[in-house]
Design a protein around this ligand. Structure first.
Ligand SMILES: [Zn+2]
Length: 306
């Protein structure tokens, strides 16, 4: 009888956890002794999880045809902006933005763009103030859930932003609309961005090369279906712009002061560095120098971001 009761109790707890799985959260890094929460499933037991630290000097040189990005500079008419309790994302694009080439065997189409404040990937151990993820679905699969079930289903372009006095035009247009979605009462209620926006306003150059490795989604289900392409170029954002995102609320009205996942084990996965557009791409040594400079700036400014 006691066994039966125990089983019932466990079943109820499991059901509860399942029902509440959308309410996974990031740790409160302002508190002391907080460890990163277990998110369940592959997030805890997978072996090609993301994000990871990307070392430019430790990466293997990859030789691929240039990536062909189509329509990223076309103005989007009325894209949706949503606070889903974990990030701020742009969806409902009326322009078909696609990517082929590089290490990809198929054509990939943009599904959404969302932001992480403090970057998820670090480059040579440097964490940037913000990272955008442009999530693409392999057109071989009919929707993102089907794509997530295949190891070649998703490609995410990661774009890192460095702190600057120069505002980011694209992020500025998101910031102008953030007041309409930042309350916990607004979670999952989309608003339309009325200003003309194209993705290239967030990151003006896509051809400067990238780091690529096989990984996962960085949020539950942590599906191991992602080919990551993290751009070598970083783009400016002001701290004022980043701080606006820190006021976004998650469930229960708690501030989403940051939304990055801890670095995951690399497990001997190869990371490739691919230089494109060699006439204008920065040499790796320059990139490292720029990153080092960036790190000093980021460390200095991190005090003001808390
Ligand atoms: Zn992301």
């Amino acid at each position: 009888m006691i066994g039966g009761k125990l089983f019932f109790t466990f079943a109820v707890i499991l059901l509860f956890q399942y029902a509440a799985c959308d309410h996974w959260s990031y740790p409160d890094r302002n508190s002391t002794n907080v460890s990163f929460p277990l998110w369940g499933g592959l997030c805890d037991v997978g072996n090609r999880q993301s994000p990871i630290d990307l070392s430019i000097s430790g990466a293997l040189k990859g030789n691929f045809p240039d990536i062909d990005y189509r329509n990223y500079d076309k103005p989007l008419t009325s894209p949706s902006l949503v606070n889903n309790g974990h990030t701020v994302k742009l969806t409902k694009f009326d322009v078909e933005m696609t990517m082929t080439g590089g290490p990809l065997n198929d054509k990939f189409i943009v599904e959404e763009l969302h932001l992480h404040w403090w970057s998820e990937h670090t480059i040579d151990k440097i964490r940037y103030p913000m990272e955008a993820h442009i999530v693409h679905r392999n057109t071989r699969y009919s929707n993102i859930s089907e794509a997530a079930a295949h190891k070649d289903g998703i490609a995410v372009v990661g774009v890192l932003f460095h702190a600057s006095n120069q505002p980011n035009v694209g992020i500025g247009k998101i910031v102008e609309n953030i007041e309409f979605i930042n309350s916990a009462d607004d979670i999952d209620k989309a608003v339309t961005i009325e200003q003309k926006l194209n993705l290239r306003e967030l990151f003006p150059r896509l051809s400067g090369g990238y780091l690529s490795y096989p990984g996962s989604l960085t949020t539950p289900s942590c599906a191991e279906s992602v080919t990551w392409l993290v751009l070598l170029d970083t783009f400016p954002v002001t701290l004022d712009q980043v701080n606006k995102f820190k006021g976004v609320e998650t469930y229960g009205g708690k501030k989403l002061s940051d939304n990055y996942r801890d670095l995951q084990r690399k497990n001997n996965r190869p990371v490739l560095v691919v230089h494109q557009d060699s006439s204008s791409a920065p040499a790796p040594i320059n990139m490292s120098a720029m990153s080092l400079f960036g790190s000093i700036v980021v460390i200095y400014i991190s005090k003001f971001l808390q």
